[in-house]
Design a protein around this ligand. Sequence first.
Ligand SMILES: Nc1ncnc2c1ncn2[C@@H]1O[C@H](COP(=O)(O)OP(=O)(O)OP(=O)(O)O)[C@@H](O)[C@H]1O
Ligand SMILES: [Mg+2]
Length: 285
Amino acid sequence: MRSILEARDVSFAYGPAAWAICALNLRLETPQRVCLLGANGVGKSTLLLLLNGTLRPQKGELLVLGEPIDYSRKGLHRLRREVGMVLQDPDDQLFGATVEQDVAFGPLNNGLSSSEVRTQVGETLARLGVSHLAQRPIHELSLGEKKRVALAGILVLRPRIILLDEPTAGLDFAGVSAMLDLLNELHQAGTTLLISTHDTDLAYAWAQEAWLLGDGRVAAQGPVAEVMMDRAALRRAHLKVPSIVEFALSLREVFPELRDRPLPATQEALAEFLQRCCQEPSHAA
Ligand SMILES: Nc1ncnc2c1ncn2[C@@H]1O[C@H](COP(=O)(O)OP(=O)(O)OP(=O)(O)O)[C@@H](O)[C@H]1O
Ligand SMILES: [Mg+2]
């Protein structure tokens, strides 16, 4: 089966001192919501920049949609149509004078006519709920607004894969929910989403697949429920076990009958899990 994203024995160093990414192997086969997890400085941003061809590994190979990345100008231009990346800091990504001009840059660069560009930019800003910002200068925007506009600049190009570096960092509760709703919508439309974060609660609630990084290496990868139950791997990666999992695992210790039940993924499922604990016959008395 052709992979969507793949790293084969990839190593990358910024300088002679140390590998930022070391002999890393990863493979994603179906369109999914993936979380790239790891503590500060383990190489999350570096891996995302390798996957969109911005950085080139000194060793190993990266494949996108089954093809090795072609680092020629033409190859990278083609790659960017398939893989969009939203950078960790929107100030590194946004450079137009106004929101509309910034989002229009990519489609104009792809040779679309100005009326097509106008339509696509209008649609994308509306989809992200930022049409009212269209004429605003970029430098006047709040961080949350900048994050949405940066995503708009990628979405407008309709890539099949979007890499988002810490898309929820710095957002308030409503901002995080709105961002996740939007990402779910994109996923339902068939887009593969890979987001980096060190927030395991968020990963557990949102992702299907988890890639756990520790010091530039893969510490664990697989279905999110499995990776998030691996207390030892999370501890070694300096991350906490998601609160719901921690609570459910403690309940399982008290109610061994629950050991075979799947762990709850949401607060609602946790409430149901608790209800079952109360109903277990051996504890009814
Ligand atoms: N431009 C650079 N030049 C030299 N070293 C760098 C550069 N960017 C990152 N590094 C180093 O590479 C390693 C991985 O950094 P990276 O930014 O990928 O980590 P991260 O997991 O994204 O961290 P964070 O959670 O803080 O964003 C770190 O040791 C960092 O100091
Ligand atoms: Mg980073």
